[in-house]
Design a binder for this molecule. Structure first.
Ligand code: NI
Length: 143
């Protein structure tokens, strides 16, 4: 039987919503106070949903320590207490919105997923980023 398990992680980081493709006035118009030149911070919540079969012997579907280590190395350590615009390469060109952050988390995990989990399972089914109570983005990448 296929089950889904969701694991939740946290990190704090700062960002500024600003696109180099727009003028300063257009940026202010588009992003409002989120375009404040000195940036602002969020306590981000990352939820990873993985899917697979329950192992008959261990009763588990995913090796949680492996998932935790992967997330720590690929996401939490590189993002925690960082200025995302300045310190995370991709956000030098992409605007660090919740949408782009969710895509980047998904991308980073997929690059190393098969190395960490050499079997066909578990699959990474969903990445969900909660930036504030009112702003949540999900990426469902797996087929
Ligand atoms: Ni923000």
């Amino acid at each position: 039987m296929t089950v889904r398990l969701t694991r939740r992680y946290y990190f704090a980081a700062s960002h500024r919503l600003h696109s180099p493709a727009l003028t300063d006035a257009e940026n202010r118009e588009t992003f409002g106070k989120c375009n404040n030149p000195y940036g602002h911070g969020h306590d981000y919540e990352v939820e990873l949903t993985v899917r697979g079969e329950v192992d008959a012997i261990t009763g588990r579907m995913v090796d949680v320590p492996t998932l935790d280590r992967l997330t720590e190395d690929q996401i939490l350590t590189p993002f925690r207490w960082r200025n995302l615009n300045e310190e995370v390469e991709v956000f030098r060109t992409e605007v660090p919105t919740t949408e782009n952050l969710a895509r980047e988390v998904d991308r980073r995990l997929r690059v190393v997923w098969r190395t960490a989990f050499p079997q066909d399972e578990p699959r990474l089914e969903k990445v969900r980023i909660r930036e504030t109570d009112r702003n949540i983005c999900e990426v469902t990448g797996c087929p």
